[in-house]
Design a protein around this ligand. Structure first.
Ligand SMILES: N[C@@H](CCC(=O)N[C@@H](CS)C(=O)NCC(=O)O)C(=O)O
Length: 209
């Protein structure tokens, strides 16, 4: 049994963040499927760990933690000996935090209904007019991201950080939904780099479900 245990199903975007980081940092872990068809996340025992009843949750040597970005920050601080994925200095982590916040406040609230509408809604129940409005909003958000990538290799500079990791999961959904896409050349160039990451290859590139 490894010291780190993760609860969460493989097709959850928030669980994929943790899986990807563990793979890139070669952190050994055990995992229990939880959420949607697996249940588990509404049991009394699970709610004791995470009263929100959501995945992911980790238990690392007795530290129980939920909220995917808090988990990423914790694992990177503890296990990334290069201090690059989430730098400890305030100056260097400020931009990583900025883009992690942007993910939560701007990008995911738009990608979530677009993803659910196309992937987890029966074709006969889809509201195509509404989905097109959301697609346009998503494209506008990605234009902001594309503009940033004009001047930097990765979103915060020369190195891949946990901000790139989270945004790559949104970009993967954008590139794999059956939708029209504006040409964002910097986003496309950045995504080719993302596709080389071991965690992306192993855990984040499966067909959307
Ligand atoms: N802000 C939370 C959101 C967690 C969340 O919404 N998880 C979803 C899966 S992506 C969930 O647990 N859904 C219920 C389920 O899978 O049964 C985080 O970043 O961890």
């Amino acid at each position: 049994m490894n010291n780190l245990h993760l609860w969460g199903r493989l097709n959850s975007i928030n669980v994929q963040k943790v899986l990807w980081l563990c793979e890139d940092l070669k952190i050994p872990f055990d995992r229990t499927d939880a959420g949607m068809q697996y249940g588990v996340n509404k049991t009394e025992a699970y709610l004791q760990m995470n009263p929100n009843g959501l995945v992911p949750v980790i238990n690392d040597n007795g530290l129980v933690l939920w909220e995917s970005h808090a988990i990423l920050r914790y694992l990177a601080k503890k296990y990334d000996t290069t201090d690059i994925l989430y730098p400890k200095s305030a100056l260097q982590s400020a931009k990583v935090d900025q883009w992690l916040e942007w993910y939560n406040t701007t990008a995911w609230p738009v990608m979530r209904p677009l993803f659910w509408g196309w992937i987890r809604t029966k074709p006969e129940d889809r509201n195509k007019v509404e989905l097109e409005k959301i697609r346009v909003q998503m494209s506008a958000a990605l234009k902001i991201f594309d503009d940033q990538l004009k001047s930097t290799k990765w979103v915060t500079g020369d190195h891949f950080t946990i901000a790139d990791l989270t945004l790559a999961l949104i970009a993967f959904r954008w590139f794999n939904l059956p939708i029209e896409r504006e040409e964002y050349q910097h986003l496309s160039r950045w995504f080719k780099q993302v596709e080389q990451r071991p965690g992306y290859i192993k855990y984040s590139s499966a067909p959307l479900s």
